[in-house]
Design a protein around this ligand. Sequence first.
Ligand SMILES: CC(C)(COP(=O)(O)OP(=O)(O)OC[C@H]1O[C@@H](n2cnc3c(N)ncnc32)[C@H](O)[C@@H]1OP(=O)(O)O)[C@@H](O)C(=O)NCCC(=O)NCCS
Length: 146
Amino acid sequence: MIRSATPEDIDALVRLEAIFPGDRMSRQSFRRLLNRDSASILVYEEDSEIIADSVVLYRRGSLSGRIYSLVVHPRAQGRGIARALLKAVESAALGKGCTSLRLEVRADNHAALALYAKSGYSPFAQINNYYQDHTPAQRLRKLISL
Ligand SMILES: CC(C)(COP(=O)(O)OP(=O)(O)OC[C@H]1O[C@@H](n2cnc3c(N)ncnc32)[C@H](O)[C@@H]1OP(=O)(O)O)[C@@H](O)C(=O)NCCC(=O)NCCS
């Protein structure tokens, strides 16, 4: 089941994010974003456990939402959960009045690049030295419609 996150989910969200190296979302960030209209956090729940989540940020006056984070627990990967979550993210962004979504992804993250390519996201720029270890970011975007 995919649903919006609530404050009760914060512990599970922090545990899930901690599995992945790199720019982790802190408890404080989740708490702050949950209280904002300018963010939406969706979770994928299975057997009362959160096994995936996505954070999308919106800016006032911008018709483009930014997918800030999308993670699936390693033991649940390869089952189409990211693809389903991405669809729900797109519906939520449409509901917020957005006409496109964009994101940055590590240029060496082949799984994510394949997921986004299959889901209709196109590269439009690369930013060198974007991550702490100097790996470039690939910038992707997709026009969304009903
Ligand atoms: C990237 C990630 C979100 C994919 O989640 P997932 O639930 O396993 O992905 P899905 O099962 O929905 O796969 C959808 C498509 O993505 C691609 N894909 C997913 N994992 C892949 C892998 N390891 N290698 C190659 N392609 C992959 C495939 O094209 C797949 O379609 P297919 O099964 O028809 O071939 C997951 O590996 C993850 O959480 N990684 C760590 C965090 C991360 O990198 N997040 C994205 C950065 S924003």
